[in-house]
Design a protein around this ligand. Structure first.
Ligand code: ATP
Length: 289
C-alpha cells in the first residue's frame, strides 16, 4: 500500500470538531448558500462539495429558474461561473437583468449598477455549442484558481457528452464532476433533460431523467422544474411552475414548491398575489430586498 493511503485510515475522533460544527455552526461561519424564497430558504441548501441536477422538459424553465437562483447566489456573495452552452451571454444577462430589476425594461443606470455589482460575483464561460467535457473540467479548474469560483452552473449535460445513449460517457462525466466538487469544495449545478412523458401535463419525477439511472444515484440533489401550462390557461390562480426537490442527500426536506412565473420581470414569485422584488444591489443580506 502507498504511504499516503495509510495516513487516510484515521481514528473517528479526528472529526470531533467538524461534527460539533455540523451541529452548532460557529458564529463566524458563513451560512450555507440557498435560494432566497421564504418557502425554500430553510429547506434546501447548496452545500460545498455537492452536485445538484436540475431536470425538466424542454422549454419548462430550467434555465430561467436557475437564472434567478444564480442572482440569489450572487446576492449571498457566492462567486458563480455560468457555462451555458445553449444561450449567448448577452441573452443570459438580458434575462438576469429583467429578474434583478423586477421589470421588463431595466434602465441603463440600473444595468450599469447591476454589471458592476456582478464583478467579483459572476463569470460567464463564453462558449455556445457542444464542448468536450474534459476541456470544461480544465476551464473550471482554471476558474477556481484564478477567480475563486464557489458555484458552477452547467447548462446542460447533453452539450458536454456526445450521443444521448452514451450512458457510460454520461456516467463518467458526472462521476468526474462529483469528484471535482468534493476535491475543490465547490457546488455544481448541472442542467439535464427528462424523457418525453405521455403529455406535457404529466409531472415528471426523478425516474424520468434521461440517460443512465447512475446520474441520479451519483449526484447529491435532484430538482425538477415543471411548467404548469394548464394553470397558465385556466388562470384560476394555481401555481404556474413547480419545483420538486426529489433528492437531497444531506438535507431532510424532499417535496414540491409552487411558484407563479411573472412574465414582465421573468421572476418566479412565491404566491399568487406577490409582486416582483427589485434586488437591492447595495445589501449583502440573505434577503433580496
Ligand atoms: N412557468 C412559466 N410560465 C410561463 N412561461 C414560462 C414559464 N417558465 C418558463 N417560461 C418561458 O419559457 C421559455 C423557456 O424557458 P427556458 O429556456 O428557461 O427553458 P428550459 O427548460 O431551460 O429549456 P431548454 O431545455 O430548451 O433549454 C422562457 O422564455 C420563459 O419566458
Amino acid at each position: 500500500m502507498d504511504e499516503p493511503e495509510r495516513h487516510n485510515v484515521r481514528p473517528a475522533s479526528d472529526w470531533l470538531q467538524d461534527t460539533i460544527d455540523a451541529f452548532y455552526a460557529p458564529a463566524d461561519s458563513t451560512p450555507i448558500p440557498t435560494m432566497l424564497w421564504e418557502k425554500t430558504r430553510s429547506k434546501v441548501a447548496f452545500r460545498k462539495g455537492e452536485i445538484s441536477v436540475w431536470a425538466g422538459v424542454n422549454g419548462h424553465g430550467k434555465s430561467m429558474f436557475l437564472s434567478q437562483v444564480t442572482l440569489d447566489l450572487c446576492h449571498q456573495q457566492e462567486r458563480v461561473m455560468v457555462a451555458s452552452f445553449e444561450m449567448k451571454p448577452v441573452q443570459q444577462m438580458k434575462r438576469m437583468s429583467r429578474q434583478a430589476y423586477a421589470g421588463r425594461e431595466p434602465t441603463v443606470q440600473f444595468l450599469q449598477s447591476l454589471h458592476s455589482w456582478t464583478d467579483g460575483r459572476l463569470w460567464i464561460y463564453d462558449h455556445v455549442g457542444a464542448v468536450e467535457w474534459r476541456k470544461l473540467i480544465a476551464v473550471m479548474r482554471y476558474a477556481i484558481k484564478t477567480h475563486g469560483i464557489t458555484q458552477f452552473v452547467i447548462d446542460s449535460l447533453m452539450k458536454c457528452v456526445k450521443g444521448e445513449t452514451d450512458f457510460d460517457a454520461q456516467k463518467d462525466f458526472v462521476n468526474e464532476l462529483c469528484a471535482f466538487a468534493q476535491a475543490h469544495n465547490v457546488h455544481i449545478h448541472l442542467v439535464h433533460h427528462v424523457r418525453k412523458g405521455e403529455s406535457e401535463h404529466h409531472v415528471p419525477g426523478k425516474f424520468d431523467i434521461k440517460g443512465a439511472g447512475a446520474i441520479t444515484d451519483q449526484v447529491d440533489n435532484v430538482f425538477i422544474v415543471w411548467r404548469n401550462k394548464k394553470a397558465e390557461q385556466d388562470k384560476k390562480g394555481d401555481p404556474t411552475c413547480f419545483l420538486a426537490c426529489e433528492k437531497q442527500r444531506n438535507g431532510e426536506y424532499e417535496g414540491k414548491f409552487g411558484f407563479w412565473f411573472d412574465i414582465e420581470s421573468q421572476q418566479y414569485l412565491e404566491s399568487v398575489n406577490a409582486a416582483p422584488v427589485r434586488y437591492d444591489l447595495s445589501a449583502n443580506s440573505a434577503s433580496r430586498k
